[in-house]
Design a protein around this ligand. Structure first.
Ligand code: AHR
Length: 535
């Protein structure tokens, strides 16, 4: 590893900067570790696209109905039917892009069911999730209203499984053609004379599974067929996303790309969930480590899938999209209202940060990432299913995303540390020492980015039992001053609840920046973002 300093040199610099005051103190875990890292400001990776911090909202459980959407007549404060405090929280977070209406649900969704007078909209059994009846009161116009309220770019997942190229093509015309055609005039009659200018269109979802159980060659043929009729209907040309693999399935990508011919998709989606073996608030350290150790696999999958695509698309015209990702813990499937309802804990925040660090490190290979899902479901940033009268809660995952907001639009930089790489053949498998090799302990994770005089670095300590003091050298720049924010709780199962909504949120944290060094202490289970002024 490339160290730009020795421990003795750093100690000397630390004494100058009064680093003694940064030594671990208070209620930290019993042991400490010294870590070394270097941020190579002269080695740029690529732009941290805001779209790395995208979201996904499906008609599943209470993500949309009861979560985002309460309806204009609801006693719950709302803006045009969208929950008011949730809108404010998401606006503050900044949602670059929002994918909708599924998920598996997308391949059984017919957009015409969700337009026109609400009372006349057909009622539909959600066969993908819960088997309950939806009244379609949240449709295209309501979704666009919500996107505009929170400042998100809409991303529609079109129906391949039970739909047709015509259905997608008509949806495009309805949304994007300015006026004068029957479909665009229908949009105007339904209250929206201005076109929606929807750019992102997914061609089916998980076509290898719930989207229709296609073979990759057949999925590619569907894509070619749909793409033929997916025209530019207005200001924006459609950006078509082809269905990629589950996890790092090379056979799917090879099969799809071999059959795609000359009609390359603009984007190619992969899904990678980080499964958990315990209930969300009952994780043991071992179970948490098994989940954390899936992230090196995600990183390897991004690198590998990009390399596979490069074989067909050496100039990288196709954007690789991690369309669904996040922790998926053991959650009871106890009824439609709370389908896949999952609490976010300190552990979930660490997991989110491990993922977002990957996106920075692989900024040259990724186009977009959408966490699953936005509200109440899986690794959500907002919970709303509280007792009557309680407001929405920002989860630990919300705050992990907030800690990455300063990276957006900056250029990611290469970072090295003395954390050893995990052996992928055993990491994330939940090994037990009496049967298989034990689960390796995860180590410090870092990413950094810079724009002009501002350098941002995010440090993650995924250990539950070790505080880490990180001596981080800066190569190519020197720091004048720095400030840090930290999200931390020594209880990995701690969460924000309706009774204690602000238990976990980023707080100011000490950091020393002097010349070409930054030093920060990370308590066990923490995520910290340092913003430094550099020259
Ligand atoms: O996010 C929940 C489900 O996970 C989605 O509907 C599907 O695409 C994936 O399998």
């Amino acid at each position: 590893m490339a160290h730009a300093f020795t421990r003795r040199q750093f100690a000397r610099a630390g004494a100058v900067a009064g680093l003694a005051s940064l030594l671990p103190r208070g209620n930290f875990a019993a042991t400490g570790a010294h870590k070394k890292a270097v941020i190579l400001a002269d080695q740029e990776i690529g732009v941290v696209r805001p779209e790395f911090h995208g979201h996904f909202a499906e008609h599943l459980g209470s993500c949309v109905y009861g979560g985002i959407w309460v309806g204009p007549q609801s006693p719950i404060p709302n803006i045009n039917g969208c929950r008011k405090d949730l809108v404010a929280y998401l606006k503050e977070l900044g949602v670059p892009v929002l994918r909708w209406p599924g998920g598996c649900y997308a391949d059984d969704y017919h957009w015409r069911d969700g337009i026109g007078p609400v009372a006349k909209r057909p009622k539909h059994v959600n066969t993908s999730w819960g088997g309950y009846v939806e009244d379609n009161s949240f449709g295209t116009h309501e979704f666009i209203t919500f996107c505009r309220l929170i400042g998100a770019e809409p991303y529609f997942a079109a129906n391949v499984g039970t739909g047709s190229p015509k259905e997608m093509r008509d949806w495009m015309e309805y949304c994007n053609y300015p006026s004068g055609s029957t479909l665009s005039d229908e949009r105007t009659a339904n209250g929206s004379p201005e076109p929606f200018n929807v750019r992102y269109w997914g061609v089916g979802n998980e076509l290898w599974g719930c989207g229709g159980n296609f073979r990759p060659e057949a999925a590619a043929a569907e894509f070619r067929h749909y793409a033929t009729f997916a025209r530019r209907f207005g200001e924006v040309a459609p950006f078509l996303v082809g269905c990629g693999p589950s996890n790092d399935d090379s056979a799917w990508t090879r099969g799809f790309m071999d059959a795609i011919g000359n009609r390359l998709p603009n984007g190619y989606s992969m899904h990678y969930y980080e499964r958990g073996s315990m209930a969300p608030t009952e994780f043991t350290p071992q179970a948490a480590y098994t989940q954390f150790n899936l992230f090196p696999r995600v990183e390897a999958a991004v690198i590998h899938q990009r390399a596979l695509l490069d074989g067909y698309d050496p100039t990288r015209r196709i954007g690789l999209i991690l369309d669904e990702w996040g922790v998926w813990d053991q959650i009871p499937r106890s009824g439609p209202e709370r389908g896949l309802w999952q609490q976010s804990t300190m552990r979930s925040a660490v997991a989110a940060a491990l993922g977002l660090n990957i996106f920075n490190r692989q900024a040259d290979k990724l186009y977009m990432g959408n966490i699953a899902q936005m509200v109440n479901v899986l690794q959500s940033v907002i919970l709303t299913d509280g007792p009557a009268g309680k407001t929405s809660v920002r989860t630990t995952t919300y705050w992990a995303f907030m800690l990455f907001k300063p990276h957006r639009g900056k250029t990611a930089l290469r970072v090295e540390s003395d954390a050893p790489p995990l052996p992928l053949e055993i990491a994330g498998r939940g090994g037990r020492s009496d049967v298989t090799p034990p689960e390796p302990k995860p180590d410090l994770s870092i990413s950094a980015s810079r724009q002009g005089s501002e350098l941002v670095a995010t440090f993650v300590n995924p250990r539950h039992d070790v505080d880490m003091t990180v001596d981080c050298a800066l190569r190519g720049v020197s720091a004048k001053k720095a400030q840090a924010q930290i999200l931390h709780d020594s209880d990995m199962n701690a969460s924000n609840s309706f009774d204690n909504p602000d238990r976990l949120m980023p707080r100011p944290h000490e950091v020393a920046a002097e010349g070409n060094r930054i030093r920060i202490t990370l308590p066990a289970m923490s995520v910290a973002t340092v913003t430094a002024q550099v020259a």
